[in-house]
Design a binder for this molecule. Structure first.
Ligand SMILES: Nc1ncnc2c1ncn2[C@@H]1O[C@H](COP(=O)(O)OP(=O)(O)OP(=O)(O)O)[C@@H](O)[C@H]1O
Length: 243
């Protein structure tokens, strides 16, 4: 990262607990603007919880989160959700057409999805515009994930959070989604934060990486760190994943 790289999201001594369970401990770190950063770490490390903090679904118990140098608590929730989009492993669709599903973020604000936005986004994710009239229940897993990404993109988020979006897909669909995310990053300079359990994917797609374990950020930097981690726990994790 050069010294001119700006932070899209910055964490400063963030702690989060649910009841008596401490989930995130003293997280300090940042996600570079306009770049792809992957988050890796064992199950239960706190990665999804970190995402929920980033789009305001939950708030830290202490510490600060800044989005574009502005405290997250000072954003209006609607503005925050527009700026920070999220796509999940299970792409949930409501009954009806692809167009209806893609219109949901607009509908929630009492607005209509402009047809040109629907067409732009469905094409961007690699599907023909005739897909807009298809029934969402007839889509394959890979197509459903593409529509879910297109639905997030209709709000033109500056930051896109992706939580294990390829883990239930076959190899071909996985590769298509990887190419799509790189294309989105190049086309709109969208800042991407991508949780993956696939270290190969983290190395090949992400420029930067966060490694989380037991609610802590244990190592961060250029993704090549995964080839030669400094931290002993990360070394053990990477070795275990490679076997
Ligand atoms: N609302 C909650 N109440 C209690 N514990 C919770 C809550 N949410 C998450 N946790 C716990 O916090 C820890 C971190 O969960 P989180 O889902 O953030 O991890 P993760 O790194 O995303 O895991 P995975 O890779 O399995 O999705 C887990 O031990 C989980 O059981």
């Amino acid at each position: 990262m050069t010294k001119d790289t700006k932070a899209a999201i910055q964490f400063s001594h963030v702690n989060y607990q649910s009841g008596d369970t401490k989930i995130l401990h003293d997280i300090t770190g940042w996600f570079p603007k306009n770049r792809i950063t992957t988050l890796v770490g064992p199950s239960g490390a706190g990665k999804t919880t970190l995402f929920r903090l980033c789009n305001g679904l939950i708030s830290p118990d202490s510490g600060e989160i800044y989005i574009d140098d502005q405290k997250i608590s000072s954003y209006n929730p609607v503005e925050l959700r527009r700026k920070v989009g999220i796509a999940l492993q299970t792409a949930v669709m409501v009954p009806g057409t692809v167009r209806k599903n893609m219109a949901l973020p607009f509908e929630l604000q009492g607005k209509e999805l402009p047809e040109e936005t629907a067409e732009e986004m469905i094409k961007l994710v690699g599907l023909d515009k005739s897909y807009l009239d298809r029934d969402a229940k007839d889509l394959s897993g890979g197509q459903r994930q593409k529509v879910s990404i297109a639905r997030t993109l209709v709000m033109k988020p500056e930051i896109l959070l992706l939580d294990e979006i390829t883990s239930s897909l076959d190899r071909v669909s996985q590769q298509e989604i990887e190419e799509l995310i790189v294309r989105i990053n190049h086309t709109y300079q969208t800042t991407i934060m991508w949780i993956t359990h696939n270290l190969k994917q983290a190395l090949s797609i992400g420029e930067y990486t966060w490694v989380m374990m037991d609610g802590e950020l244990v190592e961060t930097g250029e993704s090549s760190l995964l080839k030669d981690p400094q931290n002993k726990r990360v070394q053990t994790f990477v070795k275990g994943e490679a076997e």
